[in-house]
Ligand binder design. Structure first.
Ligand code: HAM
Length: 479
């Protein structure tokens, strides 16, 4: 090789590298980092330990109380919610994600009760055995001002009973909601009221507006607007200056007919029998127009919040938990006129929806403060491997054992045996399988007793039965 050419080569390479570097720099300048949209959040795998038990509890309750799963599309005709929830409600007025498409205005569902009612009418579910009981676990969308516990996309687990006008159905829904939180171990409080029928409510609204009109100059700005637009929402105000006025306001219960009152009393009697504790809250009216008679909400228990936070911090309003002590975890009630409003045959109904994101936020809060133990996934064995050939053969073994009903922990991307056995210890399995190059060649595998450290070499073909026998999982006859 000539000397001159030897020197030229690295120079050319250097030049190429330099221009490559410059090109990368230019590309970096134009490359954008994308963030999750405001009010939305990713649910990462590390949060699965909170979400999964909630789904299972929701599903178990649904099975036990005989609710069938319903899934409705996330996109619906916008008018469905305008008619169901009411024009003047916050959700319809300010919070819907609406799009114009060639067929007209559509929106991402802000809640699912209207969707379920639409599905009931579309499928003519009057012809099904009554009542129809359905449940869902779905994302909802509300373009609200984001803050603690308030997201623009959030999931709800909901239960709806359609076709029963019976106080027992209200009690059943409240019992399910209460049990949902009890099964997770979260202390909650049920707040309940009755808002009667529309004509009773209209008379009450007039009286309430009359009462507030005389005190207009003492009201906060929002309440002045509410007085004009939707007087019932005056009862939602959390501003200090409006509290004394709210405390003295007329109560809806005094405007209910005898039938409405006795319906409500029956619901409360059932709750007493079921030993579901509740707090009567005369100012509870809910923010959606479709409700009739019983309305209720579930809140984190104030007493338990205090215990978890220590008395000193709990007194600061709403600041005690990231979930926000003042945010409802769930809410529901009767909606006897909704199916008819959606052009269906008159059909009484009631339901509840629980906010899953808020529940998870509260679970995390308790987990930090009270070393709250959530159920962990249970594995039967751990699989550890040494070397490339053991990985391929091991993946097949893992899959075969999975198909036979065993639950196997493994991490094929850790090469050290020590690290893998530490992982096995973390998930508390009684046995680990160890597969090295030698075992692959001989068609064997090592079973290690994690407690005693004793190891035995077994034929790969027999490992499934040996493990099942050791784990006393199933009745197996040795092959
Ligand atoms: P809702 O009170 O509007 O009722 O919502 C139920 C629950 O969803 C709330 O208590 C809360 O936990 C959660 N939630 C609502 N908005 C948000 C948000 N922006 N971010 C996080 N969580 C939120 C309904 O949706 C009715 N469809 C309930 C119902 C079912 N009524 C009869 N059947």
């Amino acid at each position: 090789m000539k000397k001159g050419t030897e020197k030229k080569k690295p120079l050319k390479k250097e030049k190429e590298q330099k221009s490559k570097k410059e090109a990368t720099k230019e590309a970096d300048k134009t490359r954008k980092t994308y963030s999750v949209l405001r009010g939305m959040h990713d649910i990462l795998p590390r949060e699965e330990k909170y979400w999964k038990p909630l789904f299972h509890i929701a599903e178990n309750l649904a099975e036990h109380f005989q609710f069938g799963r319903i899934e409705t599309p996330a996109l619906e005709e916008a008018q469905l919610f305008v008619r169901s929830l009411g024009k003047g409600t916050d959700v319809v007025e300010k919070e819907m994600y609406i799009f114009d498409i060639s067929e007209g205005k559509v929106c991402l569902r802000p809640e699912a009760t209207a969707s379920v009612a639409r599905a009931f009418v579309n499928a003519g579910m009057w012809n099904y055995p009554q009542p129809v009981k359905v449940w869902y676990f779905e994302p909802m969308f509300r373009h609200d001002r984001p803050q603690a516990g308030r997201y623009r996309q959030f999931s709800q687990v909901g239960y709806e009973i359609i076709g029963a006008l019976d106080p027992a159905s209200d009690a059943e829904l409240i019992l399910i909601s209460y049990n949902f939180f009890k099964d997770i171990g979260l202390p909650v409080e049920v707040r309940i009221n009755s808002i009667g029928l529309p004509d009773e409510r209209e008379r009450y609204k007039a009286e309430l507006a009359n009462y507030y009109r005389n005190k207009k100059s003492y009201l906060c700005d929002d309440c002045r607007k509410r007085l004009l637009k939707n007087p019932l929402r005056l009862l939602d105000c959390k501003e200090n200056q409006c509290q004394p006025i709210k405390d003295e306001a007329p109560q809806i219960v005094d405007w209910l007919s005898d039938e409405s009152k006795s319906y409500f009393m029956k619901v409360l009697e059932y709750l007493d029998e079921l030993q579901v504790p509740y707090v009567l809250q005369p100012t509870l009216v809910r923010g959606l127009d479709y409700y009739t008679h019983t309305v209720f909400e579930i809140y984190p228990s104030v007493e338990e919040e205090k215990k978890a936070d220590g008395e000193s911090t709990a007194s600061s309003a709403g600041g005690s938990s990231s979930a926000g002590a003042q945010s409802a975890l769930g809410g529901g009630g009767r909606y006897d006129l909704l199916i008819e409003e959606l052009s269906g045959k008159p059909t009484p109904a009631a339901g509840v929806a629980i906010g899953v994101d808020r529940t998870v936020a509260l679970l995390k809060h308790y987990a930090e403060k009270m070393s709250f133990n959530l159920p962990k996934p249970q594995y039967d064995i751990f699989f550890a491997q040494l070397g490339d050939r053991a990985k391929g053969c091991g993946l097949k073994m893992i899959d075969d054992l999975r198909k036979s009903g065993l639950k196997i922990g493994f991490n094929l991307y850790k090469n050290s045996l020590k690290t893998q056995l530490e992982l096995a210890n973390d998930i508390k399995v009684p046995y680990a399988l160890i597969l090295g190059q030698k075992e692959v060649q001989e068609g064997t595998v090592i079973i290690r007793d994690m407690e005693s450290g004793i190891q035995e070499i077994v034929d790969q073909k027999k490992v499934e039965n040996i493990l099942k026998r050791k784990l006393k999982k199933f009745d197996v006859q040795s092959k």
